[in-house]
Design a protein around this ligand. Structure first.
Ligand code: FES
Length: 315
């Protein structure tokens, strides 16, 4: 006999351990969704195994195939394919018609997965006063030219522009599952290319609008939940988690260091001698526990120092 705890729903005891978890649910009156009739073709019966995953039989071929296509972690199991040999605690993940309609619009990325990525944030220093002294149409024109320049730097280095937040850019690296060193290398290369792109862009800005931009860039590497999020009519791929928050705070911290490109110790640890660093500091980033060491990045070993002088710092 085994006890099955359905989190927030019911606790049942089952003596027939030849039944699938889906059959157990139906036997005990739990309204478990089964859009494909229990044939490992839909995933609407999926459950999250919260306790005693070792009491759930290994995935069969059909479940393993679907799990890999949808990017399920080990603790997400198809109830119609899973049998147990002891107590388990589970949570049904598709509990009503609304959930079912969301599932039917799901792509593999909508399921979400945790992976280690590099997150880059950039910001134009003093942007608000700039908008106050500049005509609105000119602001839009200048911003679009700016986003084109820094966006190319991200895309050319294997990154994805996640979103624009006012004048800020959030970009992600390593979504395709590259190894950590390659991921960090791409992100830092993109950061340096953004820095150089802004230095070049400033020639145009100075000539036409008598203005120049200074930017701050922050990069952090760590685990994040990556997936498509939003209304089913327009979901967008994004990353969520502390790694994103920390990257944003490192960008803010670049103001304090008066540096254009600042990365966390986790990025530097992946790159070793490949990165040439300048100033560094140890700081308590808001919202994080413990201290984080931050480094200004000047260049990558064996690559040109960049447009202009390395001593040019953001203000
Ligand atoms: S009911 Fe469709 S996969 Fe289990």
């Amino acid at each position: 006999m085994a006890q099955i705890v359905y989190q927030n729903e019911a606790v049942v005891e089952e003596t027939d351990l030849s039944l699938s978890l889906l059959d157990v649910s139906h036997k005990h009156g739990i309204p478990h969704t089964q859009a494909c009739g229990g044939n490992a073709r839909c995933s609407t019966c999926r459950v999250l195994v919260l306790e005693n995953l070792e009491h759930v039989c290994p995935r069969n071929e059909a479940e393993a195939l679907l799990a890999s296509r949808r990017g399920f972690t080990d603790d997400i199991r198809l109830a119609c394919q899973s049998r147990i040999d002891g107590d388990v605690t589970i949570r049904r993940l598709v509990v009503d018609d609304f959930d079912e309609s969301l599932v039917s619009a799901e792509t593999p990325m909508a399921v979400g997965r945790e992976s280690c990525i590099a997150v880059l944030f950039s910001d134009i220093r003093g942007f608000t006063p700039f908008t106050e002294r500049t005509l609105p149409y000119d602001v839009v024109h200048i911003l679009n030219r700016y986003f084109q320049a820094v966006g190319d730097a991200v895309i050319d280095n294997g990154g994805v522009i996640d979103k624009y937040i006012g004048d800020a850019v959030m970009a992600l690296f390593g979504l395709a599952g590259a190894d950590p060193r390659t991921t960090c290398l791409q992100a830092v290369r993109a950061g340096l290319a953004m820095r150089d792109a802004v230095r070049e862009f400033n020639g145009y800005l100075e000539r036409v609008f008598h203005e120049t931009f200074a930017i701050g860039i922050g990069i952090h590497f760590g685990p994040a939940i990556v997936g498509e999020i939003g209304h089913s009519a327009g979901r967008q791929m994004t990353a969520i988690g502390n790694t994103v928050n920390v990257a944003s705070r490192i960008e803010s911290e670049s103001k304090v260091l008066a540096a254009e490109l600042v990365v966390s110790e986790y990025v530097v640890a992946q790159l070793g001698d490949a990165v040439r660093t300048g100033q560094s500091c140890t700081t308590n980033l808001r919202g994080t526990s413990g201290e984080t060491r931050l480094f200004e990045v000047l260049s990558l070993a064996g690559e040109p120092a960049g447009v202009g002088d390395d001593s040019i710092h953001a203000k």
